[in-house]
Write a protein that binds this ligand. Structure first.
Ligand code: PHB
Length: 394
């Protein structure tokens, strides 16, 4: 081979390498510049509408504070109103994954809807961050490498209240909507309440989202328990607390519940809500710098005071941001992305938290008292409470 031919060959190979490098480079740039598609599947109508809005506000607040980007990528939203309807959940989830091709699913509020979402997320390997729904299964039997939660398991706030109430009362009646969230929040409550020496004498339920409470109030009045424990949230919670007071029960049989009863609902309850004691992983009157700046920004942006739902939405964006920062926005690097999310320490307005092995927050629960529009913190009722993650094999 002459020197000339050899030189031509080398030039040819070098040109090939260069164009390949250029292609790879432009590919990377395109991926980095493409917007991050975030699918928000939340309720914007029905009894949980205000909860979905608060989560959306919180999520967008964090993205806004981060210059509109997560992991270096601008965020684009695809929004579906899931109506808290489990019958429409699979189709709604598929719309976001197949039609809109979202990079991440953020949702939802209702446990039944979240379980259907989680099944699709597992089947398609889509990253899912749950900013509210407490279904124990999500970080229990349905736990998965790609499913994370920034809120709570239904067991957690129920257990915290059971432990507190066992110190004060012996016989309790429970009342809730008959679906996963209510039933599991009663189970968690009963576990701790009976371990502490109490007895649940009757478990009452009504279908979600019914608000015809009268027959149940009549039954409670005739059972005369020492205390009543309920799970209701959103519009239904406000109606229940007003009906409980109007039935004349407020001053004779103390009413308790997980803090969903009074978060975001005190204004609608008026005097009926005053003095209610609840347990939750957030409260008004926390003194951290993080909570103060979060609340100031929230009030400035939305002309509203934030609640637990806004915090959970904010933290969903924080958790996603922590994962994406580790992979420079490349959602394709799944093992690294999931590892970074798993190991994140979230500086939440509720207080710092980490995730359990099953991807559920390990967090403090506060005892709170309703005063005006606030759920004032009284004390930390349980420190670093971890869900038992029953059935999780991961
Ligand atoms: C749920 O369905 O998991 C749920 C709904 C509303 C809440 C809490 C939990 O406030």
């Amino acid at each position: 081979m002459t020197i000339d031919v050899q030189f031509k060959r080398i030039r040819h190979i070098a040109a090939g390498i260069l164009s390949l490098a250029a292609l790879t480079l432009s590919g990377t740039t395109a991926a980095q510049q493409a917007k991050l598609k975030v699918g928000l599947m939340l309720p914007y109508t029905g009894t949980y509408a205000a909860l979905g809005t608060a989560i959306t506000n919180g999520f967008k607040q964090y993205v806004g504070e981060s210059g509109g980007k997560l992991g270096g990528r601008e965020v684009e939203y695809f929004v579906v109103d899931d109506e808290s309807d489990p019958a429409k959940a699979t189709e709604n989830t598929n719309k976001l994954i197949k039609r809109d091709q979202v990079d991440v699913l953020v949702g939802t509020v209702h446990s039944g809807v979240a379980m259907a979402m989680a099944k699709v997320a597992r089947e398609t390997g889509t990253l899912m961050i749950d900013p509210n729904a407490g279904a124990d299964e999500l970080t229990g039997a349905l736990c998965a490498a790609n499913i994370f939660r920034t809120s709570f398991s239904n067991w957690q706030p129920g257990y915290a209240m059971g432990q507190y109430m066992a110190k004060k009362h012996r016989r309790a009646v429970t009342l809730t909507w008959k679906y996963a969230a209510g039933l599991q929040m009663v189970d968690g409550f009963k576990e701790a309440f009976e371990k502490g020496g109490g007895k649940v004498v009757k478990e009452l339920t009504l279908p979600f989202p019914n608000v015809e409470f009268q027959p149940f109030l009549t039954e409670i009045a005739s059972l005369k328990p020492d205390a009543v424990y309920v799970f209701f949230a959103g519009g239904g919670a406000a109606k229940f607390v007003k009906d409980y007071a109007a039935a004349g029960l407020k001053n004779s049989i103390p009413l308790y519940g997980p803090g969903f009863l009074t978060d975001g609902t005190l204004e609608a309850m008026g005097d009926a809500g005053a003095g209610l004691l609840t347990t939750l992983h957030y409260a008004d009157g926390l003194t951290s710098a993080k909570d103060r700046s979060f609340r100031l920004n929230y009030a400035k942006t939305y002309k509203l005071q934030p609640d637990v739902y806004a915090v959970q939405g904010y933290d969903a964006a924080q958790l996603l941001g922590a994962g994406l920062a580790a992979v420079k926005g490349d959602v394709g690097r799944k093992p690294e992305l999931y590892k970074a999310i798993e190991n994140a320490r979230i500086d939440s307005p509720r207080g710092p938290f980490v995730l359990s092995r099953a991807h559920n927050p390990v967090q403090d629960f506060y005892l709170r008292k309703a005063e005006g529009r606030d759920n004032k913190v009284l004390e930390v009722s349980i420190k670093g409470l971890a869900d038992p993650a029953r059935g999780c094999k991961m």
